[in-house]
Ligand binder design. Structure first.
Ligand SMILES: [Zn+2]
Length: 558
């Protein structure tokens, strides 16, 4: 640990950072300015509403209940690893926070895994911390893009390596299992213990192979075992998974973990929609060459109550659905598993979406704000990720992800959102949903855009939402009443705009058109002034932006 040059030393003035306690009287004494800052922190903290993460565990067997504490402990280590990836020296940072002795600042720092407000474009909320480095702690802070490009090492763009400097100051590539050796072996041991308790053979196999995968950074077999596991009641997602934290290149995966309890009744309801995927793929509003790939049909859709979020997924805006694995090859051959996190979804709907609609949706359409529609939109967003195109047309060895580089996440999230709406629209034709349902889906979808862009446009999801909002606006898919400042959806125009937008995204992805993606995201992935003012009305109405969790074994009643 101590041999590392931590990111925070460079980001936050080292002397203040480590000697902050001693110097507190001179440099950190609360002044009027600081008092104002503290109030600011309280305001920021008010963006979050507390939610207890609970689930009915009465149907779990006693062995399953014994597994849970082991999984909580392993997830806690994944959480520590995310701190290290996002910030660097958590202990030093928290020591500094302790010196300031402000409970609100402490809470807010923990929510954000560092001094940057993840719901406000990663702006620093601690005065002398600079902007968040694009590459977080995955790369040396002083590394230029050119220097990275010149590095001759094929694993430099792997999801599972960090870039460090060797003794001569030259860049080198280090695998996660070496960089984080000690923590990873602890997670692995805990998972093996949990595997011994597992009664479901699929879960047992997966826990064992995932524990091995972490030790080698070779995740394929464990992903296959995870997809093969069908009858488990508990699920445990762990590892370096999403690449949003690497805003520099979008290459590096950040550690996270979820502990989940399956809702078997809901899962059965969801299972049948997966069977529609191949025909929905064929119905995509795009030239044939962009829809030749066949989406996996073995993928499944399940509802879960989540009882623990750790690391990446617990930082900033909270995911309410998971679609894994990210491995494109596996997605094509086996499909993916989509987990709908029902309890946190319901919490966001009740505490955030309904109050937003009461401010921003036209009164005549508020009746259409509906949890089942919200649930369906989120569910089909995840299905949407599995559809469309994974490889650039005419170049089987180039994935869309590689071609679109750092713009991939924004475009892909935008695709999934609009694809979700498209799928529902198609399922109405098949009699699975009614026209009335569709109105609810469209209006709830519109309200959801407001909910998502309140996170700012820094994240991939935020940019995707702004691109769509601006696109919809240009095409009259909604109208804003200037007198009341409320938005009314035009169902027919939204349908047209949806098809055109989906077409545009699929063509950019299929062509692997990096420049088109980049220009588009730069031009439209921003919050314009009118919307900014409307979002401000949500803040003024004290509507929380996101949820934070009271979570852990005690909350669950273990
Ligand atoms: Zn997504």
């Amino acid at each position: 640990m101590e041999k590392k040059i931590f990111i925070v030393i460079a980001v936050i003035t080292a002397s203040l950072f480590f000697y902050g306690c001693k110097k507190k009287s001179e440099t950190l004494k609360p002044s009027k300015v600081d008092d104002m800052e503290l109030t600011e922190i309280q305001k920021k903290l008010g963006k979050y509403v507390n939610v207890k993460l609970t689930a009915d565990i009465s149907s779990l067997t006693s062995k399953e209940k014994q597994m849970l504490p082991l999984l909580f402990e392993a997830a806690g280590i994944a959480d520590e690893l995310f701190w290290e990836q996002a910030l660097g020296d958590k202990a030093g940072f928290m020591k500094y926070i302790d010196c300031i002795n402000d409970e609100d600042l402490r809470k807010f720092s923990i929510i954000n895994y560092g001094p940057w407000d993840r719901l406000d474009n990663n702006l620093s909320f601690i005065k002398f911390c600079g902007n968040k480095p694009g590459g977080a702690n995955f790369y040396p802070l002083d590394m230029s893009k050119e220097e990275f490009n010149e590095l001759k090492d094929s694993s430099k763009s792997s999801l599972y390596t960090v870039i460090r400097r060797d003794n001569d100051g030259k860049l080198k590539v280090v695998w996660y299992h070496n960089e984080y050796k000690e923590q990873i072996s602890r997670i692995s041991v805990l998972m093996k213990k949990a595997a011994e308790l597992a009664e479901d053979p699929g879960l047992k196999k997966y826990l064992n192979s995932r524990a091995d995968a972490l030790l080698t950074d070779n995740y394929k077999q464990s992903d296959i075992d995870w997809l093969t596991m069908k009858t488990n009641s508990i699920d445990f997602v762990v590892g370096p998974i999403e690449n949003y934290e690497d805003a520099l290149n979008g290459y590096k995966a950040a550690f996270e973990s979820y502990i989940l309890i399956k809702d078997k009744k809901w899962s059965a309801k969801l299972a049948k929609y997966s069977t529609y995927l191949p025909e929905l793929q064929k119905a995509l509003p795009v030239e044939d060459k962009y829809k030749k790939e066949v989406p996996g049909t073995d993928g499944e859709l399940n509802a879960y109550d989540v009882v623990f979020y750790a690391g990446d997924c617990n930082a900033g805006s909270k995911t309410i659905a998971i679609n894994l694995p990210n491995d494109e090859e596996l997605q094509k051959s086996m499909g993916s598993r989509r987990l709908q996190l029902k309890n946190s979804m319901k919490a966001k709907f009740d505490k955030i979406l309904v109050p937003i609609a009461d401010v921003l949706i036209d009164p005549s359409q508020r009746q259409y704000i509906d949890f089942d529609a919200f649930f369906a939109n989120t569910m089909f967003h995840e299905v949407g990720h599995g559809m469309g195109i994974k490889n650039v047309v005419g170049n089987k060895s180039l994935t869309v992800r590689q071609a679109l580089k750092e713009e991939f996440s924004s475009i892909e999230e935008g695709k999934a959102d609009i694809m979700g709406l498209f799928i529902i629209t198609e399922l109405v034709k098949k009699g699975e949903f009614t026209d009335q349902d569709l109105i609810k889906n469209y209006v709830t979808f519109m309200a959801s855009i407001f909910r998502s862009v309140r996170f700012g446009a820094a994240s991939a999801h935020g940019k995707a939402n702004m691109i769509r909002f601006n696109y919809f606006q240009e095409r009259g898919a909604f109208v804003r009443d200037p007198k009341t400042g409320t938005y009314k959806v035009d169902i027919e125009k939204m349908k047209l705009a949806m098809n055109e937008l989906l077409n545009k995204i699929l063509v950019i992805q299929g062509n692997g058109d990096y420049l088109a993606a980049k220009n588009w995201v730069e031009k439209d992935g921003v919050i314009k002034s009118m919307l900014q003012l409307d979002l401000k009305r949500l803040t003024n109405a004290n509507i929380p932006v996101d949820i934070v969790f009271q979570q852990g074994p005690e909350v669950l009643g273990l």
